[in-house]
Design a protein around this ligand. Structure first.
Ligand code: AMP
Ligand code: MG
Length: 267
């Protein structure tokens, strides 16, 4: 079921062909039951990954504002040992970051062996917000798709698995979530005036996302387009893809040191 949300590499993606709201024959209670079991597997796999210390997993999350990046991190990873997880949120680049190539700040945060790295926004901002707002010239951002593919190839060749999730919400759903943020005192801090001009450029963003999902959806670093209007379904699918991927990575506890069975702990 989850593979279904990964377009075939090379295929041109049109976001209109991808649902934002899951309406199938599977409900929230069924998802919750399966998710509890998935989370147990995830916790176990993460422990093995950490103990083995030979490979790592990078999870990239991209979405429009209120698309659920924070909520996904909170729900999917709540059962794992925080010691083995590194989360990085990429903001507007600093002056120092801007005087380097666009991957410089990213590379410092890729997960070391044994770790799961989570990117809340990522190097993809450099062909999304940067493109939509003409922050660099077209010839500069156009060259970045190849740079990104090569960069991700380097990471994969160095022992990192990469999973990329686009949390796909409808424009109506974003409106509801923004309204909720405005109405609830405990959520107001999440709303920024700057979110509105971004919403106005929705169609430009969708076009930029379509290029990302077409040009950087490789066999070695796949994109998943997750129907994200329903949070429980989003969390369930993202958890499932991560667990299946870690299972395929098959991390093993390292062999114990020789002679451990003869050890007597002194008084
Ligand atoms: P938030 O995720 O709500 O904390 O916002 C972070 C902001 O940083 C968003 O508006 C992003 O579009 C922006 N941002 C992240 N990366 C870049 C980048 N490379 N260039 C310009 N803006 C960026
Ligand atoms: Mg935001």
């Amino acid at each position: 079921m989850s593979h279904h949300y990964h377009p075939d590499p090379g295929k041109e993606v049109r976001l209109k062909d991808y649902i934002t709201r899951f309406e199938g024959d599977f409900d929230k209670d069924e998802a919750a039951a399966e998710e509890a079991e998935l989370e147990e597997r995830l916790a176990n796999l993460q422990e093995r990954l950490y103990a083995e210390s030979k490979q790592s997993l990078l999870v990239v999350l991209q979405a429009m504002d209120a698309g659920g990046k924070d909520g996904t991190i909170k729900h999917v990873f709540d059962a794992v040992n925080p010691q083995g997880v590194r989360i990085t949120s990429f903001k507007v680049p600093t002056a120092e970051e801007l005087v380097h190539d666009f991957l410089w700040r990213i590379h410092q945060h890729t997960p070391p062996k044994g770790y799961i790295g989570i990117f809340n926004r990522s190097h993809y901002e450099d062909v999304l917000v940067v493109r939509v707002n003409d922050l660099v010239s077209k010839s500069v951002w156009k060259a970045r798709y190849d740079h990104i593919n090569n960069f991700e190839r380097l990471l994969v060749d160095s022992g990192t698995r990469i999973l990329k999730f686009f949390l796909h919400i409808s424009k109506d759903e974003q409106k509801e979530r923004f309204q909720d943020r405005l109405d609830r005192p405990d959520k107001r801090w999440k709303f920024s005036m700057g979110d509105l001009p971004v919403r106005e450029k929705w169609d430009d963003y969708m076009e930029a996302y379509e290029d990302v999902l077409t040009r950087c959806n490789t066999e070695y670093a796949p994109w998943y387009i997750i129907p994200a209007d329903r949070k429980w379904y989003r969390n369930y699918i993202v958890t499932k893809v991560i667990v299946e991927t870690l299972e395929a990575m098959n991390p093993q506890f390292p062999p114990a040191e020789e002679g451990l069975d003869k050890v007597v702990i002194p008084d």
